[in-house]
Write a protein that binds this ligand. Structure first.
Ligand SMILES: *Cc1c(COP(=O)(O)O)cnc(C)c1O
Length: 402
């Protein structure tokens, strides 16, 4: 028997649940792309996205996913042979670094493993050494991931900036906030971030297809000096177009823009990013409380250490192959799709079946999270997976707090 008939829930960390309102906003005939409502709407959309990232800098929008944002950001400021320092706490840090390498950069990875956030002091020490070395410093940019979606680890970007400043190093700070923008607190200007990347299909509650690159004055100056941007990736005409088509280097992604407009309206109606990040934090704490209770009587464990846990995605483990069995049970029997583990073990290693993830980013409320937790509890009971009691009660207790 299956109890999966009913509304299914995709609880993976991207793409996320697209609100019905966003889907409805896209269910329209194509608008004119030369004049009229769409053309009038885009400047306000850009202003609202910049406000969401807390920046007075510029924004370039690309038709693309997160990988496009990676490439777009690098294409403007990193030329062949430039040295970049990549800080990795999971697969996405390594992924961005691999793109930089393919683009001809000299990439140095500081690997903090899969269970620890980046260490600002270690970065400061490496930068101080670079500054003291040949030519007074070769590293052009530091690449960091705010929330690594594979490990659920969140980096302290403000502390990283402070450490870079202490080292007196002039490298750009480039931050992937694809998993965190629209979910967690992110302060581009206050935290001294020079380039920030986002994409539409995670906290921003849209289908995949819009890639966002925010950049400040220092990055703009570097772009002018480097002179390496190819026509499609060049952020200058996209951020300051003389003609509407230049925002997108061609036809605008019309329906995605209409969807993104609606999603931003929903964020504003909820009370802006303060309210949205408070909701994500509360739901994350409810999830952690459940996981702690399960863990007391079993092996279920949260990957990220306390203090460095994302409010948008949680990576979990169970003895292999129980993680895969639980995922399959939840999908087939209860209509909840949990995320696969990523970057924790090679896919052909039996250990791979010991990892899974829960996405709790974007359009998620208390009953969705509690429903997913209830399905997991039922799955552990059905499969005979050892687990502690009281998990649902613990999660409900967090939700019930004032
Ligand atoms: C999802 C994600 C990406 C990649 O995005 P795609 O749209 O799959 O290309 C990159 N970085 C982070 C942190 C992500 O969560």
């Amino acid at each position: 028997m299956t109890l999966s008939y009913g509304r299914s829930y995709l609880a993976i960390p991207g793409p996320t649940v697209v609100p019905d309102r966003v889907l409805a906003a896209m269910h329209r005939a194509s608008p004119n792309i030369y004049e009229g409502p769409l053309v009038e709407m885009v400047p306000g959309l850009i202003a609202d996205l910049k406000a969401l990232a807390r920046t007075k800098g510029d924004l370039a929008i690309y038709i693309g996913n997160g990988h496009a944002a990676w490439e777009a950001s690098l294409a403007n400021v990193i030329g062949p042979g430039d040295r970049v320092l990549v800080l990795a706490s999971g697969a996405f840090g390594h992924g961005w670094g691999a793109v930089a390498e393919r683009m001809g950069a000299r990439v140095e990875v500081m690997d903090f493993g899969t269970r620890a956030p980046l260490d600002p002091e270690a970065v400061a020490a490496r930068l101080a050494q670079d500054r003291a070395g040949n030519g007074g410093g070769e590293i052009v940019a530091v690449l960091a991931v705010h929330v690594d979606t594979s490990t659920g680890i969140r980096a302290d970007i403000a502390a990283l900036r402070a450490a870079m400043d202490r080292a007196g190093h002039g490298a750009l700070l480039m931050v992937d906030c694809i998993a965190s923008l629209g979910c967690e607190r992110f302060e581009m200007d206050a935290w001294g971030v020079d380039v920030a990347l986002a994409a539409s299909q995670k906290g921003l509650m849209c289908p995949p297809g819009l890639a966002y690159v925010f950049f400040g004055a220092k990055a703009a100056a570097r772009r002018a000096e480097a002179g390496c941007a190819s026509p499609y990736w060049d952020w200058v005409p996209r951020a300051a177009p003389a003609h509407f088509y230049q925002y997108f280097a061609g036809t605008a992604p019309v329906h995605l823009l209409m969807g993104q407009r609606e999603a931003l309206d929903m964020i504003a109606e909820e009370g802006g990013m303060e309210a949205v990040s408070a909701r994500h934090e509360k739901l994350a704490r409810a999830l952690w409380a459940a996981c702690a209770a399960w863990g007391w009587g079993g092996a279920l464990a949260i990957n990220a250490p306390e203090g460095a846990r994302s409010h948008a995605v949680t990576a979990l483990s169970l003895p292999a192959p129980e993680a895969t069995e639980l995922r399959q049970w939840c999908e087939e029997k209860a209509g909840v799709t949990l995320g696969i583990g990523l970057g924790m073990a090679p896919p052909d290693d039996p250990a791979w079946h010991g990892y899974f993830r829960l996405g709790h980013m974007g359009h998620v409320n208390a009953h969705m999270l509690l429903g997913a937790l209830g399905a997991m509890e039922a799955g552990m009971q059905a499969l005979g997976i050892a687990h502690g009691t009281g998990a649902l009660e613990a999660a409900a207790g967090v939700v019930a707090e004032a």
